[in-house]
Design a binder for this molecule. Structure first.
Ligand SMILES: C[S@@+](CC[C@H](N)C(=O)[O-])C[C@H]1O[C@@H](n2cnc3c(N)ncnc32)[C@H](O)[C@@H]1O
Length: 201
């Protein structure tokens, strides 16, 4: 067993946390908000019908948009309520409950490595800190040789960008490109958000 994620600690402290999150995105979808910015960027960097892992997929916001674009999507999240919502709202992709620190998709019969792993919505900052490197190691293990992992999270959430990049390097993931937004603005020293494109070293 790995240390419980910060997200599941929040769920334990507030049983309404998951339903609040689900409803938040359902209501934004009803309002016609743009929920697919991250998916558009990932779609632009892969071939058609790519194999994509949505790591920390929540209720399926990013992975469902990628599936609609024709990709073969697997989504994994530690919160069973969010996976249930993903299955209800976005049938099609394979949605699976699991802790990313224990990610082992070949053991579930998913043996083809991924062209892209997308990890959006501050997932990295909701991991148990003791599991961060293990999660990055497992991303690396699930990537195709030419695959890339795209990870986005904000500053001021307890995980310094420099520490994250050092953790990635320790897990044989090298930055290809660093951006500060999902709409392609460059990363600078004072950026308050990081979108890191990492490739196998
Ligand atoms: C703010 S939500 C973002 C969800 C989704 N990526 C999105 O952008 O809509 C953070 C997600 O990280 C997931 N998460 C946190 N720690 C995790 C872990 N160790 N393994 C799998 N999922 C995790 C949570 O369950 C939650 O769904």
């Amino acid at each position: 067993m790995v240390e419980q994620s910060i997200w599941m600690q929040k769920v334990a402290a507030d049983p309404d946390h998951s339903s609040w999150f689900i409803e938040r995105f359902r209501s934004m979808a009803r309002a016609g908000d743009d929920l697919a910015g991250e998916a558009r960027l990932v779609d632009a960097m892969v071939a058609r019908r790519a194999r994509i892992l949505d790591a920390g997929c929540g209720s399926g916001r990013v992975g469902s948009a990628l599936a609609e674009a024709g990709h073969d999507v697997v989504g994994v999240d530690v919160d069973p309520a969010l996976i249930e919502a993903a299955e209800q709202d976005h049938p099609g992709p394979r949605w699976s409950v699991g802790d990313l620190a224990e990610l082992d998709l070949p053991a579930q019969g998913i043996t083809t490595p991924f062209d892209a792993i997308v990890c959006a919505g501050n997932v990295m900052t909701f991991l148990a800190p003791s599991t961060r490197r293990e999660v990055l190691r497992r991303f690396r293990a699930h990537l195709a040789p030419e695959g890339r992992s795209v990870i986005g999270f904000g500053a001021g959430r307890g995980y310094e960008f420099s520490e994250f990049l050092a953790d990635a390097a320790a897990c044989a993931l090298e930055p290809d490109l660093l951006l500060s937004t999902w709409d392609l603005r460059p990363f600078r020293d004072d950026s308050n958000f990081l979108v890191a494109f990492l490739r196998p070293a």
